[in-house]
Design a protein around this ligand. Structure first.
Ligand code: ZN
Length: 504
């Protein structure tokens, strides 16, 4: 078999794996949206079967042999070619999938399932001690997993690499440290600011059906294609791209607050626009048809949510329409007051409810703690105390229970260590990309005021979406913006925006 034939076989093989994944994805979407409650056990069996099938297919010796044969060709002479990119990424995934001993994979699956159950109870009872033994087990297994993957520098690199390929802990930490100091300063200024938004404006009755109509209108305007997507309701909103012509998002409606569904929907629509923009017709089933990393995915959702959805120009266009739809709530409200209300900044305990400015402090705290655990600098038993200490230092409010502290997120019980930083990387990349888009397209924001979002979407398609997984995140940022990942664009945009709203 020639290298070229092996490559073609790999493509076919990988397409079958991707079809299994898309079926699992669709079953998972259905489980969270429309599946009747009593179907859950059988659904677990369906998903388990597909997961096994996928693993078997992808890690088969045949796949490994095809890969080695294909790699013997000179595809790598042109590292940016479709073939070289696909081979590079298949090699990475194949090595990752075959490096862990089966016994370790099974132990992790078993222990994280148990730990998640214990965590749910511990959170309810606000009892960190009862969760501690399980957490210690999961942390121990995570270290074993990182060591099995192998790492250079520090163990956390192996974990971060699962979600953000190529990212280096030390570099991320450097950027985060600058960001943290700047955000703490910004929060201090906001706290002492002369002006405060009137949040009552967005915290009143908003008819759910009207929220749905308005949300869909916004989705359409920014480019979400309803002939290739859906919007449904779930408790925890998400976006799922199943393949060619089918990308679905979900949201949740709060009848007494406008922000939740509106910005949640824009966030998920941002993820969807990325999925819709990757050339799946040409590349489905190969890495060229996939997103770069969780951080880059999050940069797309955050950009539509924050840089677009929370901008003054966006509301210059949409506010009169919102006033027409939500007549009782908004007809007497001025645009400036509404704009301030949707941008209110307030330290709070729960990450998922945090605003644009404080959100990253929640993430930086988690990143520091999990990194320190992987370096054996913090013992798991001291985690709750460390959390309280740093939380008060960064956000300025004391934590008096662990339910709203160290026990709030599912991630650690599920063994998802190395995942949190991708949220903040998303915010950083979003700001850096948007600053470059503004420099490239001088009338970009002015266009928002006239309902023109196409220029931004086209820019994202051409600069980011079209590349699939051709570049690593850091390399993509360098190529698109001409600069390495930097905290400055985000810091500058937050200071400018909140300075104007709060009057400092
Ligand atoms: Zn997201």
């Amino acid at each position: 078999m020639t290298a070229h034939e092996a490559y073609e076989s790999l493509k076919q093989h990988a397409r079958e794996v991707a079809i299994i994944d898309s079926c699992s994805g669709l079953l998972g979407w259905d489980e969270r949206t429309y599946m009747p409650r009593r179907g859950s056990q059988f659904r677990a069996e369906q998903l388990g079967y597909l997961a096994g099938l996928r693993h078997e297919k992808f890690t088969s010796p045949q796949f490994g042999e095809l890969l080695a044969t294909a790699e013997s060709d000179g595809f790598q002479d042109q590292p940016e070619s479709v073939e070289a990119v696909n081979l590079r990424e298949w090699r990475r995934e194949y090595d990752l999938a075959t490096k862990l001993p089966k016994s370790l994979v099974e132990e992790i699956t078993r222990e994280t399932t148990i730990a998640q159950g214990v965590w749910v109870e511990a959170r309810k009872k606000d009892d960190f001690q009862s969760f501690l033994p399980n957490l210690e087990t999961v942390i121990g297994l995570t270290k074993q997993m990182a060591d099995a993957y192998g790492w250079e520098g520090e163990r956390y690199n192996a974990l971060l690499d699962q979600y953000e390929p190529g990212a280096k802990t030390e570099e991320v930490a450097e950027v985060f440290t600058v960001l943290r100091k700047e955000l703490v300063t910004l929060l201090g200024k906001i706290k002492d600011a002369p002006r405060k938004p009137n949040t009552k404006i967005v915290e009143q009755a908003f008819d759910v059906e009207k929220q749905r109509v308005f949300g869909e209108m916004v989705c359409r305007a920014i480019g979400f294609d309803f002939s290739a997507g859906r919007l449904d309701i779930t408790t925890h909103p998400f976006c799922s791209g199943f393949g060619i012509g089918d990308t679905r998002i979900t949201t949740r409606y709060n009848p007494n607050r406008l922000n939740d569904a509106l910005f949640g929907t824009m966030h998920e629509a941002g993820h969807a626009l990325y999925e819709m923009g990757i050339k799946k017709e040409d590349h489905f089933g190969t890495p060229m048809g996939e997103s770069v990393s969780l951080g880059i995915h999050e940069s797309q959702s955050r950009m539509w949510e924050n840089q677009v959805g929370r901008s003054k120009e966006f509301w210059t266009y949409f506010f009169p329409m919102a006033q027409g739809i939500f007549r009782d709530a908004l007809s007497d409200v001025a645009l400036d007051d509404f704009y301030a209300a949707i941008n209110d900044v307030r330290p709070s305990y729960i990450r998922v409810e945090a605003d644009e400015a404080t959100y990253n402090l929640h993430i930086l705290l988690r990143f520091e703690l999990e990194r320190a655990m992987m370096r054996d600098e913090i013992a798991t038993k001291d985690l709750a105390g460390e959390w309280r200490k740093r939380f008060e230092e960064y956000l300025g409010i004391p934590v008096d229970n662990d339910r709203q502290g160290v026990l709030q997120d599912v991630h650690w019980s599920a063994g998802l260590i190395g995942y949190f930083p991708t949220y903040s990387l998303g915010n950083l990349y979003a700001a850096q990309f948007f600053a470059k888009a503004e420099a490239d397209l001088p009338n970009l924001k002015a266009g928002f005021a006239h309902g023109n979002f196409e220029h931004l979407l086209t820019w994202l398609r051409e600069n980011i979406h079209v590349h699939g997984r051709r570049y690593r995140a850091t390399e993509l940022a360098q190529r698109v913006t001409g600069k390495e990942l930097s905290p400055q664009p985000l810091i500058d945009s937050l200071n400018t925006k909140f300075g104007a709203i709060y009057g400092f």
